[in-house]
Ligand binder design. Structure first.
Ligand SMILES: [Zn+2]
Length: 616
């Protein structure tokens, strides 16, 4: 993701509070939980397995403050069929819309949950969805919406204490009632103003957990399919920094861009980065409209006229053989042009633009879109082979707050695209998409590498101007550009170093300094410490080891440790200190002494090795 609108019109705190209160749903005790549930006798269907209990309503960890309400435990997400019957003119999901989620149980489940924000305080752009029915393996199941509970609550996820289900930026919640507990969800702010970031702290979280109770428990290890049929208006999610993401209304249809959690505003899912099912999309829409999703366009099947589609309809089937993280699911429907071509390496490149973008602008956009294959080849030199069988770009018109690396279908908002940002989003296909962050607080890892790609683009431009990549002068210009870029970032003052990249609040989650530029500077220094060849080797090794899954901070750092040329314990200790300074440490404002004090060879600052090449 790359944010480009950081500030929008402020809304007063009282209005914000009133809007949130409108969306409240009281906590609801649905199924037995806690110790009593764990000791309940197995029922038919458990096949003699151990005691059955509800799956966890979160994949967050104790004391999380970033979206602790999201994700669901007790099962693993394998595959999802998305069947949309969508009226683009009315922006509504019609009867026949459903998702079928195929999951594998990791415990015997009396119940399990999904994430779905049915309604919102935002009555215009927010969702207004109704679930009609839920079934498990074809048998009708009961369902209810409940509030999230803070991860690790010893009283269980149906804790009767209202304080266990409250909004906050921070841990503890605080708020007017001085709630000492961790937050159960992040705020849904309607303003980006810093002064308003805490206005919702202490309010009740909305009931976004869709708890499904099957007729009989699901056995541990069983593969099962839950089908959720729903209708209504998809919408956007208001985030902890006041921006929105999700299903944006386009002039005639929708435009989907959803980091970090907005997928739950148009479909029920396991809404957490490590939940990565494969996907099939079957979008039934009016003749003449276009559906653009992840993966490969398999088929378009026409249907005769119907009451919903008087001129006939078409079902667009897209298929992703690669697993997709929660925030990278793309499904934009409306008046889009769509073309494809196959690159020399067999990768299919898709290009889509909203037809309401002026023709001259579309032509300018196309020139940049056509660079994607070249950019992919360039970035492969650092990251390894392109990880997917297709690539693509869709340019929509809504003024979303950011561009996003939707898997194999990058979204550009506001009707235009830029070259440097395309380098950024395309680099995410390896970093974030193929190798996903293990939790929200690891977002800096992939944003730093995507921002590094923009630095590499700047260096590539300098290289071309100095004779190109096959000349000595070109190569020197490339390296000199990266050194200069590091030194510029390292000279940053003010609050640049104040936020630890690995520990943001919901409000500072997409801070340009802490989440983007500081991690980029860290990678530039790391490249000097390891040497360019070893740095690239580490990146490629991470792709091989973690592709299709996710990576945590310790695993990331081990991979770079293994690539360090000097394997002495003193250099290993120094690299640990480097990561701690650059990724985990908040500094007082000012720069100078208040910033990381380990850099790299040839860079501004104290460097890394001693005069003998060691770390003593
Ligand atoms: Zn990004």
């Amino acid at each position: 993701m790359l944010p480009f609108i950081r500030f929008r019109t402020a809304v007063s705190a009282s209005v914000t509070a009133a809007l949130v209160c409108l969306g409240l749903v009281a906590p609801e005790v649905l199924v037995p939980s806690g110790p009593s549930a764990a000791s309940a006798a197995p029922t038919v269907g458990t096949a003699g397995s151990a005691a059955c209990s509800p799956g966890s309503h979160t994949l967050g960890s104790p004391n999380d403050r970033l979206y602790p309400d999201t994700g669901n435990g007790g099962y693993r997400s394998l595959h999802t069929n998305v069947d949309l019957v969508y009226s683009a003119t009315g922006n509504r999901f019609l009867t026949g819309t459903q998702v079928q989620l195929t999951d594998q149980a990791s415990q015997c489940l009396t119940s399990f949950s999904l994430d779905l924000e049915r309604t919102s305080a935002d009555k215009v752009a927010g969702p207004d969805l109704t679930v009609g029915s839920v079934s498990v393996d074809g048998r009708s199941a009961t369902f209810a919406f409940v509030q999230p509970t803070y991860p690790g609550d010893p009283a269980g996820q149906n804790d009767p204490n209202p304080a266990a289900h409250e909004v906050s930026q921070t841990d503890p919640v605080g708020g007017p009632a001085h709630n000492p507990l961790p937050p159960a969800c992040s705020p849904e702010l309607t303003s980006t103003a810093a002064a308003l970031q805490n206005v919702q702290n202490g309010m009740p979280c909305p009931a976004t957990k869709l708890v499904v109770t099957p007729l009989v428990p699901v056995r541990d290890g069983a593969t099962f399919t839950v089908t959720v049929a729903y209708t209504g208006r998809p919408g956007v999610h208001h985030d902890g920094d006041g921006t929105t993401e999700g299903w944006f209304r386009a002039s005639d249809g929708g435009f989907v861009t959803t980091e970090p959690v907005g997928s739950e505003d148009w479909m029920p899912l396991n809404d957490f980065p490590t939940a990565k099912p494969t996907y099939d999309f079957y979008d039934t829409i009016a003749v003449g409209e276009t559906a653009v999703a992840n993966g490969i366009l398999v088929s378009t099947t026409p249907h005769a006229a119907s009451a919903a589609f008087p001129a006939g309809s078409v079902t667009w089937h897209w298929h992703s053989v690669a697993p997709i993280a929660n925030y990278l699911v793309e499904d934009s429907v409306g008046n889009y042009t769509l073309t494809s071509r196959t690159g020399a390496d067999g990768v299919i490149f898709y290009e889509a633009q909203d037809t309401s973008i002026p023709a001259a602008r579309r032509a300018e956009n196309l020139k940049i879109m056509n660079l994607q294959q070249n950019i992919t080849a360039f970035e492969s030199g650092f990251s390894g082979p392109y990880p997917f069988t297709s690539a693509g770009i869709i340019i929509g018109t809504p003024p979303a707050s950011f561009e996003e690396e939707m898997q194999t279908m990058i979204t550009f908002a506001g009707g235009s695209i830029g070259t440097s940002v395309l380098y950024h989003e395309n680099m995410h296909q390896w970093w974030g998409d193929h190798v996903t962050e293990s939790a929200y607080d690891m977002t800096f890892y992939k944003e730093g590498l995507a921002t590094l790609a923009q630095g590499l683009y700047t260096a590539r431009t300098a290289e071309d101007a100095a004779g190109g990549p096959n000349s000595g002068t070109g190569k020197a210009a490339f390296e000199a550009s990266l050194v200069k870029q590091f030194n510029t970032l390292y000279a940053s003052q003010g609050s640049f170093w104040s936020g630890a990249p690995s520990n943001p609040t919901p409000y500072s989650f997409f801070s340009v300094d802490a989440t983007y530029n500081r991690p980029e500077a860290a990678y530039l220094a790391l490249r000097q410490i390891l040497g360019p060849a070893a740095f690239d080797r580490a990146l490629k090794q991470i792709q091989t080891s973690y592709g299709g899954g996710n990576i945590d901070e310790a695993q990331l750092e081990v991979a770079f440790h293994q690539a360090m040329p000097n394997q002495s314990s003193s250099c290993s200790d120094r690299l640990d200190a480097f990561f701690s300074e650059w990724f985990d440490t908040p500094y007082p404002a000012g720069g100078g002494a208040n910033r990381p004090q380990i850099t790299g060879p040839g860079l501004a600052g104290p460097g890394f090795y001693d005069s003998a090449g060691g770390c003593n």
